[in-house]
Each structure stands twice: as structure tokens, then as C-alpha cells.
Design a protein around this ligand. Structure first.
Ligand code: FES
Length: 299
């Protein structure tokens, strides 16, 4: 676990503006990893713990793949690390794995992800595909200049080549410079209005990973239609130890108000049980603190 072995970076590549993808030698984590889980990374002995979703893993090579967006202080510092350098520690896999139900041939599981939500949602989509489920992935980016993994030789292209008709991919950009113009909620709303169907398949479940604003919008959309919806609240975690309280999620369970922690009880939650009105202001407050921290570190 933490500090046990010095995990070194075996691959480092810039995939888009401020977004870095790394393969890290961490065979124990790779062996135990399941879709939906994350790791806690310590860049240096005196650094901060940061939680990162597992984008992929390779048990044969003993590597895990992580994607870091240089938004916070610690993530920016991690992005500056290069091939051959090592993390002080990587703990994991952590969090509850995704529940992958089996659905019929006339059903589809819809995945919506924005930006760095894509690396987080990819293993979950792969797990569904491997189980034989049909998947519809709606992936949003800010603009054509911010795309990553979409090329034929890249991760999404390879996934499509492997699964063919079992997988539909819809790309969206906020400014319409690539794929469908607008947010990922656009195509989803069309499907819901179209009798909860996509290309003749019934929406069995919606799984969403991305900025809290997006996940809330998805949740609000699907709720009146009664389509089961799962959100992965990994983006709100700070230390992922259950101590900082940043990841508190107010939910309603069996008529009772309950406080859950994304890092311990999640990261996945039934979106329709989350009290979004209470949750969003908390999230924005922690974001403001992170901006202050960035300024203090001159990043
Ligand atoms: Fe700090 Fe969950 S991230 S308590």
C-alpha cells in the first residue's frame, strides 16, 4: 500500500490542453482493479493525496492508467512529472466497483461523460460491453481542439472496432466544432422524448461521469422518465480518506436524509436519491478554496 514501493511512470503523454495520461507500474493495484474504482496518489512524501479514477489497467504488464487534468495545485504538480519518475505512493483500488447488470438485446445502457469524465467512464462502459450489454456513449468536449482518445487508432476508435454494432458513440462539443453541437444532455433528451429509446433500443440505465453541473442536469432529465441513473461523484473527492469531509453527499434513503461520503460510500450513487440543491453549493465552496490554493502556489 502507501509508500510500500516506488511506483514509476512508464508512459506519459499529453492528450489535450492540460490533460495528461500516464501508465504507472503498480502490479498489486492492477491485479485487484475493477471498473468504477479509483486510486489515491501521493506525488512526493510532503505532497497531498489526490484521488484519481482508474482509466485502465493491464495485469500482464502490471500497470495502471490514470488521467490527470491540471486543475488543482496537486494535479498540476503531478502533470509535471515525467517518464521514469516515481510516485511516493499509490493506494488502491478504492471505492465500490460499478454494478454491472445484464440487459437484453433490445436494451441499451447510455453513458454520458464530459471531458475527463471519459477516462472515468471508459472502464465502466467496457465492463458492460464485456458482459454483452449494448452501450450508447455520449461524450462531450468543450470544442474540437479539446478532443482526446477519439481517433481510430486511439482508445475510443479501438473500442468501436472491437465491439462494432454493440456500441454507438455520439460526440458532442459545446461550440459545435465537432459532432453534435451543445451538451451531452441534448442527445439524451431526444432519446427520452423518443419513448426512452435509442435506435430501437430501450434505455435500460443511464450512467454519468463528469462535472457536477452535468451530472445534475442528466439526473434532472431522466428522473421524470423513471430511467435508473447512476452518477460517479469522483470529481468532488479531495483526500479520499473519509477525513476531510469535502465529498459529503446528501442523499434521501427510504424517506430519511442521510449524509454519505463519495470516497467511502461511492463513488457511484443513485442520481435520483442525491439532494442536488444541497449538494451543489457545497461543491462550489470547495472549488473556491482550490482556486485560492492555486494562487498561493503560483500555478
Ligand atoms: Fe475527503 Fe471523502 S474526499 S472525506
Amino acid at each position: 500500500d502507501m509508500g510500500q514501493a516506488r511506483q514509476s511512470i512508464v508512459m506519459h503523454r499529453d492528450v489535450a490542453d492540460g490533460i495528461v495520461e500516464m501508465s504507472v507500474y503498480a502490479p498489486v493495484v492492477a491485479k485487484a482493479a475493477r471498473a468504477g474504482q479509483f486510486v489515491r496518489v501521493l506525488a512526493s512524501e510532503d505532497g497531498e493525496l489526490i484521488p484519481l479514477t482508474l482509466a485502465d489497467w493491464d495485469t500482464a504488464k502490471g500497470t495502471i492508467d490514470i488521467v490527470i487534468q491540471g486543475l488543482g495545485t496537486s494535479s498540476k504538480l503531478i502533470n509535471l512529472m515525467q517518464e521514469g519518475e516515481a510516485f511516493a505512493g499509490i493506494a488502491g483500488p478504492l471505492g465500490r466497483p460499478s454494478q454491472v447488470h445484464a440487459y437484453g438485446a433490445d436494451e441499451t445502457v447510455v453513458f454520458t461523460a464530459g471531458g475527463v469524465g471519459l477516462p472515468a467512464i471508459l472502464p465502466i462502459a467496457k465492463a458492460h460491453l464485456a458482459k454483452g450489454n449494448h452501450a450508447t456513449m455520449i461524450i462531450g468536449f468543450r470544442s474540437a481542439g479539446h478532443l482526446f482518445w477519439t481517433g481510430e487508432d486511439d482508445r475510443m476508435g479501438k473500442l468501436k472496432a472491437k465491439y462494432g454494432d454493440q456500441l454507438d458513440i455520439i460526440y458532442c462539443t459545446n461550440d459545435g466544432t465537432f459532432g453534435v453541437g451543445g451538451f451531452v444532455t441534448g442527445p439524451l433528451e431526444e432519446m427520452l422524448k423518443d419513448g426512452k429509446m435509442s435506435k430501437g433500443r430501450k434505455l435500460a440505465e443511464v450512467i454519468s461521469v463528469g462535472p457536477p453541473m452535468m451530472m445534475r442536469a442528466v439526473s434532472d432529465l431522466t428522473q421524470p422518465y423513471g430511467v435508473p441513473t447512476v452518477v460517479s461523484l469522483n470529481s468532488i473527492m479531495v483526500d479520499a480518506t473519509g477525513m476531510c469531509g469535502a465529498c459529503m453527499v446528501p442523499v434521501v434513503r427510504e424517506g430519511k436524509n442521510v449524509r454519505m461520503h463519495a470516497c467511502i460510500d461511492g463513488p457511484e450513487f443513485d442520481a435520483h436519491t442525491v439532494e442536488w440543491d444541497k449538494f451543489m453549493p457545497r461543491f462550489n465552496q470547495f472549488k473556491a478554496q482550490e482556486v485560492r490554493s492555486l494562487k498561493e502556489h503560483g500555478l
